[in-house]
Design a protein around this ligand. Sequence first.
Ligand code: DGL
Length: 266
Amino acid sequence: MKKASKIGVFDSGIGGLTVAKAIVETGLYNEMIYFGDIAHLPYGDKSEAAIQSYAIKISRFLVENGCDSIAIACNSASASATNLVKEYFVHNTPVINVIDPMVDHVLKNYPGKKVGLIGTKRTIDSGIYEKKILEEDPSIQVYSHATPLLVPLIEEDKFSDHLKNEIIREYLHGEKLVSLDALILGCTHYPLLKNELENYFGNGVDILESSTIVADKLLSEHVRNEPKTTECRFFVSDYTPAFERSARKFFGREINLERSKLFDSF
Ligand code: DGL
């Protein structure tokens, strides 16, 4: 079992705060640094090469600021950059992402079942969930669909329930995502639409979000004698008051965003 003290968590914006919150609630860490790369949001429409370069730069920033482990709290970055980030830090810094724990959860709980997946274009086009699941268990049927508009819908938070439900219906109706046993929320923003998605699917479809699954994985791998109170800092590559307000909602408590100069070129 490993010992943990300071974890660095990053995402393209504030969606990864859903994962950061669950990580803090494990009580495993003395400190957590969060980095939201708002200047480059959304990652879901970027090339693999661009996301890789952002991910390496941010991971280096986290390690230079004392983090002894890294959580990639973004599916698009997990799909594009996990191997590179792991290779870059070799054995010194454990790296967890949001995809592998979810794949393990699906393999364990849904053999022979039908599982849907929604996410950004980057995540869905990578085919990474299907590949990892079907390699281990071809009896699981995986149907995926890119739902890129959901990220701005969540970040903006100005839309009526009616419009949210219409967009969800527009994306999800059709033959692929019917008679599901579970739906993977393959984007760390989507837990904020969990109620709407549960209403859309009704009972009988498990809505799977990575935050709790990542937290359970960390708890299973680490020693925890006394639950710790985690001191948190939140950095962003671009700052707006609107993001700070949304960030508070995602994290579930008062937080202040610090503007980082990491990507400034002048
Ligand atoms: N939170 C990111 C993810 O999990 C999506 C947001 C984005 O496209 O930047 O993929």
